[in-house]
Ligand binder design. Structure first.
Ligand code: BGC
Length: 763
């Protein structure tokens, strides 16, 4: 296998200036160049540019080459090697105007080297960490000849039943917006013309995370205030950070499918937000307009989508089939087509493809046979990012860190499952290259201690679920199901536990359980694993749980019975190492939850930034005639922003620089953070604001700032935040974004529940 240094190879590919025949003299003038090209294009060539084709799925490769050479395709996705992409680009350059295509892919949390899933990245609350994941992804994906990623996925999620919760960055508009900005910059780099940059198509615009009941593809119906206040900010942040593309959501938005929603795609996105890039449909979404029942046939669906402002159709034949006739009959103005073609050509121009169609493909002699996750620097980065993503939920009697000595029983169906380390949407990641917890613990222990391993249970024994999970894992033929009887597997695990000083159980969900179309009605750890945990508990040995899952789980039993609990999400190629680093104390955990963990499914939603009520919602067990459920205390089991460390921290009450803030001025909030324990460590200081009285009911608190701070044992530091009018604004009944004069509360804490408050007034 030929191995090349990715960065060195990229440098070579930069020296490859190719001028296409489509490139007239005006190549240095973007508008003139695109307009010049447009004038020379036939209607068929224009419509070709609006088609994004899924390799293999939409058409067989032999036909593809012919279609490319005929100028009938604008871009493709799902081919991920330079070797595969080169002939496709060559075919495109044989077309009359020699317009290059672009290559896209779902690079969501890593490409070859897989990083933690979105929820894990968000748990770092550290933008440098997030940026590392994005940058390495871009370097690896562009080295494979890719130009665009369908990411970041910034859908706000308040319902963990939704399987795609795993892909997003949690429930908070402020945190997710920060990550959206960071990811766009990391993917796109200094300039999209650089060979190691990747154009980002932020998704799914809009509101996909709010599907009713958390059931995938369900409707979204929402007040304009909630939309603007809580759900739209991350997409807007991505657009403002320069996202080159926007992927349009599959769902309806207040009765109109996003793919046919002129208000969404034109009034809001282009006019209000000034987006000037390309909009791309989700997979087959134009055809789905028929199923939504807003179009009677394919012809009407194509007309609705193009006139709404949907530039490119993904894996959908309706544009090709109907746009020619719709334009000829005058039902779709040619200007609508031209406008969309301009966006597609603009994206290619910005990606540098007119200057060099092989910018990211390079020369044939430079083709690496394989650049899988073998780059040491990338793997080190993945290990460090994964460490930052781990959240310590419980640690009774200092159970953790473990000693590298004695006998440890490692049990559970996720302890040695390579494929599950990858998580959902693992792009070109290879299961066999991941480091499992079993491998990493064995490596860390060496000869200092004994590691006994037993699988203990299958992730689930529910036959329907098993069939679905196997279907998702089709290209990774790892054994998903152990054929032994459950009792036999549990007995083996208990026997190991009885010989050990401590039990580490890796349990939760398999990666396919938190995926597209994998919504759940329960947030419980599946029954097969619960039986295992109860049997382990009965041994009386200390029990450490390592959770792997792509959504908040209902952890009541776990909280009451485990001695320590580490939330690890799906932590990627180097996940096993990172988890072992934390378990053995080589790294002090500092992750914080980016989404609240309900006690049960019936409590959903449990998001922290809820509106105030007349009959109040009070955490814990309040009195009668308050807003509550009978069976459970109010509030989530683990709140947003929560996470422990092996050290302890104290935080002073906030000190404000003034009690009265005038518009245009800045108020400074200062707190003193102290590491009061015996180990160095990090935590996240979180700043929340609350509008005490306003013309609209306002949330009890909203995150408006955070800072991750590393302190040596005993060290203390002052942490400052600035507040100005901007952070006090909200959308009023007329959707004006403004700050109303009056009292506000500053709340500062190390999670969203335990805060200390001070008030000030805006005048
Ligand atoms: C998903 C998108 C994804 C696309 C292409 C769709 O099913 O909803 O998020 O980018 O497929 O793979």
């Amino acid at each position: 296998m030929k191995k090349l240094c990715v960065l060195g190879w990229l440098a070579l590919s930069m020296a490859w200036p190719v001028m296409t025949a489509a490139a007239p003299a005006a190549l240095d003038d973007r508008t003139a160049f695109i307009d010049g090209l447009l004038q020379r294009m036939t209607l068929q060539e224009k419509i070709g540019q609006l088609r994004l084709i899924s390799i293999g799925e939409d058409m067989p490769v032999p036909r593809l080459a012919g279609e490319l050479a005929a100028g009938n395709i604008g871009g493709t996705f799902n081919s991920v090697t330079r070797h595969d992409n080169r002939p496709l680009q060559e075919a495109a350059l044989r077309s009359r105007l020699q317009i290059p295509i672009f290559f896209a892919y779902d690079v969501i949390h890593g490409h070859r080297t897989i990083f933690p899933i979105g929820l894990g990245l968000a748990s770092s609350w550290d933008m440098e960490t997030v940026a590392t994941a994005g940058r390495v992804s871009a370097i690896e994906a562009s080295a494979d000849g890719l130009d665009m990623t369908f990411a970041p996925m910034v859908d706000i999620t308040r319902d963990p039943r939704w399987g795609r919760t795993s892909e997003g960055f949690g429930e908070d508009p402020f945190l997710v917006s920060e990550i959206a900005r960071t990811m766009i910059r990391a993917y796109q780099g200094q300039s999209l013309r650089e060979p190691d940059s990747l154009m980002a198509s932020v998704k799914h615009f809009a509101l996909y995370g709010a599907v009713e009941g958390g059931r995938d593809y369900n409707v979204v119906d929402m007040s304009p205030q909630r939309m603007h206040q809580d759900y739209l900010p991350p997409y807007r942040a991505a657009v403002e950070a320069g996202a080159g593309g926007v992927m349009v959501a599959l769902n309806t938005v207040n009765g109109v499918p996003a793919s046919a929603n002129r208000w969404l795609l034109q009034d809001l996105l282009r006019e209000d937000w000034g987006f000037s890039g390309v909009t791309i449909s989700d997979h087959g979404a134009i055809t789905e307009l028929l199923r939504h029942g807003v179009a009677v046939d394919g012809r009407e669906a194509a007309k609705l989508a193009i006139t709404a402002g949907l530039d490119m159709s993904m894996a959908d034949s309706l544009y090709a089939e109907h746009l020619p006739e719709l334009v000829e009959s005058g039902e779709v103005p040619l200007e609508s087509i031209d406008q969309s073609v301009r966006q597609v050509l603009g994206a290619k121009y910005d990606l540098g493809l007119f200057h060099d169609p092989f910018l990211r493909i390079g020369t044939a002699s430079g083709d690496p046979a394989d650049v899988n996750a073998e780059n040491r620097l990338h793997r080190d980065a993945a290990r460090e990012v994964a460490r930052q993503s781990l959240v310590l939920l419980e640690n009774r009697n200092h159970t953790l860190p473990l000693r590298k000595a004695g006998t440890i029983a490692l049990v559970g169906p996720l302890a040695d499952s390579h494929i599950d380390m990858l998580g959902s949407w693992s792009a070109a990641g290879v299961a066999a290259q991941t480091v499992t917890l079993r491998q990493a613990m064995q490596e860390a222990l060496g000869d200092h201690g004994r590691l006994l391993y037993a699988r203990g249970a299958n992730v689930t024994d529910d036959p329907a679920m098993v069939e679905y999970l196997n279907f998702l894992n089709w290209d990774n033929p790892e054994v998903v199901q152990d054929p032994r009887l459950a009792e036999e597997m549990i007995a083996e695990a208990v026997a190991a536990a009885e010989q050990a000083d401590i039990i580490v159980a890796a349990v939760g969900e398999s990666r396919g359980m938190s995926h597209e179309s994998s919504s759940r009605t329960s947030l419980q750890i599946p029954a097969s694993q619960q039986a295992l945990l109860r049997a382990l508990k009965a041994t009386g040995k200390p029990l450490v749980l390592v959770l792997m899952n792509g959504r908040p789980l209902a952890l009541g039993w776990v909280q009451a019975n485990a001695d320590a609990v580490l939330e690890t999400w799906f932590s990627g190629t180097e996940g096993g190492h990172a988890i072992a680093d934390v378990l053995f104390g080589d790294h002090n955990p500092s992750g914080k939850l980016p989404i609240s963990f309900p006690r049960s499914v019936g409590q959903i939603p449990t998001y922290y930034n809820h509106l105030r009520l007349g009959r109040p919602f009070v955490e814990g067990k309040p009195g009668n005639y308050t807003s509550q459920y009978f069976e459970e205390p109010n509030g989530p089991l683990y709140p947003f922003g929560y996470g422990l460390s092996y050290t302890t921290f104290s935080l002073s009450p906030p000190r404000l620089s003034t009690e009265v803030l005038s518009r245009g001025d800045v108020l400074e909030v200062e707190v003193t953070l102290k590491n009061t324990g015996k180990r160095d460590g990090a935590t996240v200081v979180q700043l929340y604001l609350h509008d005490v009285a306003a013309s609209q009911v306002r949330p009890v608190k909203e995150l408006k700032g955070f800072r991750k701070v590393w302190l040596k044992a005993g060290e203390e530091r002052r942490v400052r935040f600035n507040i100005d009018e901007e952070q006090l604004k909200f959308f009023d009944a007329q959707l004006r974004h403004l700050a109303e004069a009056g009292r506000f509360e500053v709340q500062v804490g190390l999670d969203s529940r335990q805060v200390q408050a001070q008030r000030f007034e805006l005048r």
